[in-house]
Design a binder for this molecule. Structure first.
Ligand SMILES: NC(=O)c1ccc[n+]([C@@H]2O[C@H](COP(=O)([O-])OP(=O)(O)OC[C@H]3O[C@@H](n4cnc5c(N)ncnc54)[C@H](O)[C@@H]3O)[C@@H](O)[C@H]2O)c1
Length: 348
């Protein structure tokens, strides 16, 4: 309930019991909402109200919420809780950095596209969980973000297994309070080769890292994203697929199939979770300058490949980062179920 839109809490007789307690000072409960001076005076106080219990049930973003009055019919328990959470978020949010309290988990962020996505989020004031199995790369990216004034933590997590996801979520909640965005970017492939030379191991690698990871992320992260939504925060998942999931890519059959599956599940997830305002989109990069580049090359040389890209170059990690962060932003709040080619026009 945005303050002042329904009924002044003073008039409803709620303030004595709820607002003047340790939750919202009574003097701020006006139908006009808090003014700038009141906000300035209370920034420290709202931090002091953190109860450190994390989120469960009515306790979210570190704030305990009182139960809504049983006799009151116009406000639900959850709505009451959300209004208090939004109120405290507002108190803690300097007007010029509205993204600063948001949290993004980026998988495969120890190198390539993922590292650029993590850095770009951090530049926008988003706290980042740098997730990878490459501890050296992951820690380097994390240290770099923190050295530049951003906020990042590194978590080792093999995205193809459920348990590491569960641990990563617990650690994220403990250290950063919750999660708004999950970027399923970690990926793997085998060296470009004719399909009859591929092995079952090649197949499993592609589907475990590129696809099963999305299954685990959805099962583990959706409850956390629901908590975020209940607190009024934005929630979105971006799956990094590939142009290979849309058009043929000889020599990479099973990799391409895993990316096509990734695009397909993104669309179905977007439909299923749309009513909860949890958005799902996919990014489809064209051949880019990262660690996987050599694996993708077959008989086609880089020059030959570039000739098929109207804008005349490969993708750079920053191209992918810009589009991914955009899909999580408020500007993209009406975009869901999109598979966005970031491809210099290759698919045009
Ligand atoms: N580079 C390209 O040309 C290209 C094109 C289209 C799509 N993609 C996709 O972009 C994504 C990022 O790849 P990149 O090109 O930056 O390559 P990259 O090798 O630089 O990055 C991939 C990262 O994922 C990590 N990783 C691998 N397996 C993991 C696991 N099980 N758990 C956690 N982390 C794991 C790696 O350690 C690495 O840091 C992948 O999904 C890839 O398929 C890449």
């Amino acid at each position: 309930m945005p303050w002042g839109t329904r009924q002044d809490p003073h008039e409803a007789g709620l303030c004595d019991e709820y607002c003047s307690a340790d939750i919202v000072p009574a003097k701020l409960c006006s139908s006009a909402g808090p003014n700038a001076k009141q906000l300035a005076g209370l920034k420290g106080r709202s931090t002091a109200l953190r109860d450190g219990t994390g989120r469960d049930g009515r306790s979210a973003f570190g704030y305990s919420c009182p139960p809504a009055p049983a006799t009151d019919s116009w406000i639900s328990d959850m709505t009451w809780c959300s209004s208090i959470i939004s109120y405290h978020n507002l108190l803690n949010t300097p007007p010029d950095s509205i993204m600063s309290q948001r949290v993004a988990i980026v998988t495969g962020a120890g190198s390539g596209f993922g590292a650029a996505i993590a850095r770009r989020f951090a530049k926008d004031g988003v706290a980042v969980v740098v997730c990878d199995i490459n501890d050296v790369g992951g820690q380097e990216v994390t240290d770099d973000i923190n050295a530049k004034g951003g906020k990042a933590i590194y978590i080792n997590c093999d995205v193809s297994k459920r348990e590491p996801w569960v641990k990563m979520l617990a650690e994220t909640k403990k250290q950063l309070g919750g999660v708004n965005f999950v970027i399923n970017n970690a990926g793997a492939t085998y060296k470009n080769k004719p399909v009859l030379e591929t092995t079952e191991r090649d197949f499993d690698l592609c589907f475990d890292v590129n696809m099963k990871s999305v299954f685990h992320s959805v099962h583990v992260m959706i409850p956390a994203l629901r908590e975020t939504r209940a607190g009024g925060g934005p929630a979105a998942i971006v799956n990094v697929a590939s142009t290979a999931g849309i058009m043929g890519r000889p020599g990479l059959t099973w990799y391409a199939a895993s990316k096509a599956a990734c695009i397909s599940c993104t669309k179905n997830l977007a439909i299923e979770f749309g009513p909860e305002q949890i958005r799902f989109n996919a990014i489809c990069p064209v051949f880019g300058n990262t660690g996987l580049k050599q694996m993708f090359m077959g008989e086609t040389t880089e020059d030959m490949f570039i000739k098929s890209i109207p804008l005349g170059r490969c993708s750079e990690p920053e191209d992918i980062a810009n589009s991914t962060v955009f899909l999580c932003s408020d500007e993209a709040s009406f975009l869901t179920g999109v598979a966005l080619p970031v491809d210099g026009g290759r698919l045009a």
